[in-house]
Design a protein around this ligand. Structure first.
Ligand code: UDP
Ligand code: MG
Length: 332
């Protein structure tokens, strides 16, 4: 497979008016970079003419790669398919609705070259409705930064640049694309952000509403778990389980003592409920932790992943960059 320097990945869901303009603007910027490139347009089950337009563009210009989904699988899935298709050493992602500006791409690349693995855009001057979009997103960003320890102002900005070896090693399920910079911490990526331009949407409609904020918060719990306990789930589940189990046992022993030696009736004591509850949920948590440990092993082994990544090795006084532990590209 022929390599290129740069792959631009764009998920497309009903963006027929935007596509031709997007293509022209993007091409203008990319042609000036003096790099080889491809534009990967992933059609996420559009019901308008988007795919016809992508096909036309790809006929006209061999830089354009079209990927067509059978149905709408969502923006994250479209990005994932784009990453898999990408042949570039660097992958740029952006939206297909002209809200991101291709003119920011050279700046992203420049900063990436300073030694980062991910450069994320920050829509400092965001042009979306304040109450329904910008405000909830500010709160969410603050929370995500606190919880994950990866500090970005704007997780939701799609305009980002990734080194391919990092991008291809991120798993994304659900609507996880905004968490990629946070998840990349698990593989030791260096992440930074730069302010980028943002334009109001002129053609087509936004595909999301306020309900997204709540989904994002749920995902955050999973991300926290994946970041801190992915390789040691028993620590958190079993740890809290053990504490509960201990308390439960103590309470129950006490009650048994009261019953046998004190001859008191214990059936109506609230402590009995607590003791039983703690005892049982303790056992539950410990067993869940053990099951999670087993699943973790399957997770790493089935994908040929390792729970560590070696960056470089010095052998026979020679320096090798290995990146061992990152999944190598599948050879078909
Ligand atoms: N998108 C997609 N699949 C979806 C929803 C959105 O591929 O199910 C694309 C959409 O075409 C756009 C990008 O994802 O290129 C961002 O979507 P949108 O502009 O609606 O999000 P917003 O900017 O409002 O957060
Ligand atoms: Mg948009």
């Amino acid at each position: 497979m022929e390599k290129v320097d740069l792959s631009v990945v764009i998920p497309i869901y009903n963006e027929e008016e935007n596509l031709p303009i997007l293509y022209e603007r993007l091409k203008k910027v990319l042609d000036q970079l003096g790099k080889t490139y491809e534009i990967i347009l992933v059609n996420d089950g559009s019901t308008d003419r988007s795919w016809e337009i992508i096909k036309e563009l790809s006929q006209k210009d061999p830089h354009v790669v079209g990927v067509n989904f059978r149905k709408n699988f969502g923006q994250t899935a479209a990005m994932s398919a784009g990453f898999e298709t990408a042949r570039g050493d660097i992958i740029i992602t952006m939206d297909g609705d002209l809200q991101n500006d291709p003119e920011d791409i050279p700046k992203l690349l420049e900063v990436l070259d300073e030694g980062y693995d991910i450069v994320s855009g920050w829509r400092k001057n965001r042009k979306d409705a304040f109450i329904s979009r910008t405000l909830p997103s500010r709160i969410a960003n603050w929370l995500i930064s606190k919880v994950t320890g990866v500090h970005l102002h704007d997780y939701g900005c799609s305009l980002k640049a990734y080194r391919a070896e990092v991008a291809k090693n991120l798993d994304f399920y659900g609507e996880m694309h905004r968490f990629l910079p946070a998840l990349s911490k698990a593989i030791g990526a260096k992440v930074t952000e730069i302010p980028v331009k943002h334009h109001p949407r002129i053609y087509g409609k936004s595909k999301y509403g306020i309900s997204r904020t709540f989904k994002v918060l749920l995902d955050l719990i999973l991300v926290k778990f994946l970041l801190d306990y992915r390789t040691k789930p028993l620590r958190i589940l079993g740890g809290s389980g053990a504490i509960l189990f201990m308390f439960g046992t103590l309470i129950l022993l006490y009650l048994i003592g009261v019953k046998i030696f004190g001859g008191e009736d214990i059936g109506n004591r609230p402590l009995l409920i607590f003791g039983t509850l703690f005892f049982l949920s303790g056992i539950q948590l410990i067993s869940t932790g053990i099951v999670a440990e087993l699943i973790t092993r399957t997770y790493y082994e089935s994908q040929g992943k390792r729970p560590y990544i070696i960056k470089e090795i010095i052998r026979d006084q020679k320096f090798e960059v290995v990146n061992r532990g990152l999944v190598e590209e599948k050879v078909h």
